[in-house]
Design a protein around this ligand. Structure first.
Ligand SMILES: *Cc1c(COP(=O)(O)O)cnc(C)c1O
Length: 400
């Protein structure tokens, strides 16, 4: 058994596909908002496995739900009825504008399903229209269709040509959206708050105008809620911050508190799949759905969306204060617990590395942008500690 970081780095260099630029740390266990490396060092986790561990680490409620379900039945397939799957379906639908759900295993897969809904909607209700319009800077996943939907050239270039049927428009720009619509358009897909591009928030007025545009042209409005959903912005769904409702939306990341899951939710009108149109071997797996049920109940009972609003505001305010004393920070953005700051110089990656040294996990979304999407259970104490550690990390980068 390898014992040191060097050994793990060596194994990954030899055997793993060259897809990740990993940070030099091996995480071994976690508890609450902290994770611990193989030497027992603690890190305040402001990334939460990229917005996944919404209840923090090793939450007893989650551990118990997973354990109990694993002892009963780990997998059976959706050829049969499944208790946890249908309980989670009912719970989600009763709290959403959607009427039907389908469970997948990841965000990209949920978005693929949404794109299939768009195409079938176009075929049935818009003379065979099939095109999906997306927004510059978006991120919708890593499968071929979802990188085609992701309007960022760096994700597409190595894999050209892209599948047909996608078109992108500039961010928060209503005129360019309106002009992009043709008889081929079936749907518009967007994130109310873009995550991967470094936390960019659409205007409510823009989103409501896009909603009207979709109604006028009988297009599906599809919201990718994979990062901004599930309480993170301060309301259960991100779109609730902006006063409109989509026809289709997708969830993943935090839905099962750390187990793989994805979900497509759609109104009755948009839920156009019929028997045989879609499927998934693992989608709706009992253990993942039992974990999802536990995570969602806890989120609701403990009012974690309200906590996200409160803690997120505190974090944004404290970072804005820091900006006054730290010339290195040029902008702080965020909504709830989706927060980013931009640095004047391209030092985001160095800040992340220094952060590890200081005992905080941060994420760089680009050369000048540091993002935080912490567990929804963070309190005032963790917020203050995080800002102190960010300041210390910035100082060390400036001194280097
Ligand atoms: C993470 C993310 C995805 C992709 O999810 P995977 O589970 O990695 O496939 C899609 N959309 C958004 C907005 C995301 O943040």
């Amino acid at each position: 058994m390898p014992a040191t970081k060097t050994d793990w780095a060596d194994l990954e260099a030899r055997y793993y596909m060259r897809t990740f630029t990993r940070l030099p740390v091996v995480f071994e266990r976690g508890e609450g908002c902290y994770v611990y490396d193989d030497e027992g060092k603690a890190y305040l986790d402001m990334v939460a496995g990229l917005a996944v561990n919404i209840l923090g680490h090793a939450h007893p409620v989650l551990v118990e739900a997973m354990t109990k379900q694993a002892q009963k039945l780990i997998h059976a397939s959706s050829l049969y009825y499944s208790e946890p799957q249908l309980q989670l379906a009912q719970w989600l639908i009763e709290r959403s504008p959607a009427d039907r759900v389908f469970f997948a295993n990841s965000g990209a897969e949920a978005n693929e399903g949404a794109i299939k809904l768009a195409r079938k909607h176009g075929r049935l209700h818009r003379d065979g229209a099939y095109e999906v319009i997306t927004v510059s800077g978006s991120f919708h996943g890593r499968t071929l269709a979802t990188i085609a939907a992701t309007a960022q050239p760096k994700f597409q270039e190595p894999f050209l040509p892209m599948p047909d049927g996608f078109k992108s428009v500039s961010f928060n720009d209503f005129d360019s959206m309106r002009e992009a619509i043709t008889p081929k358009t079936a749907a518009i897909m967007l994130e109310c708050v873009q995550g991967e591009s470094g936390i960019h928030i659409h205007d409510g007025e823009y989103l409501r105008a896009v909603r009207r545009l979709c109604d006028e042209h009988n297009l599906l409005l599809m919201c990718d809620e994979i990062q901004c959903g599930l309480g993170r912005t301060g309301t259960f769904y991100g779109f609730q911050q902006f006063g409109f409702e989509p026809d289709v939306f997708t969830l993943a990341k935090g839905l099962a508190g750390g187990l793989p899951i994805g979900a497509i939710l759609a109104t009755e009108r948009a839920a156009v799949f019929t028997a045989g149109d879609h499927g998934s071997t693992m989608g709706g797996n009992p253990v993942c759905c039992a974990a999802g049920m536990a995570a969602m109940r806890y989120l609701e009972e403990q009012q974690l969306a309200a906590n996200a609003a409160r803690a997120g505001q505190a974090l944004k305010d404290e970072l804005a204060n820091l900006k006054e004393t730290m010339p290195g920070i040029v902008e702080v953005r965020g909504m709830g617990l989706m927060i980013a700051f931009d640095t004047a110089k391209p030092i985001a990656q160095q800040v992340v590395r220094e952060g590890l040294g200081q005992g905080i996990i941060l994420n760089a979304t680009g050369p000048n942008t540091v993002r935080m999407v912490p567990p929804l259970i963070v309190g005032q104490g963790e917020v203050e500690k995080a800002v102190g550690l960010v300041a210390a990390s910035l100082k060390r980068v400036a001194a280097a």
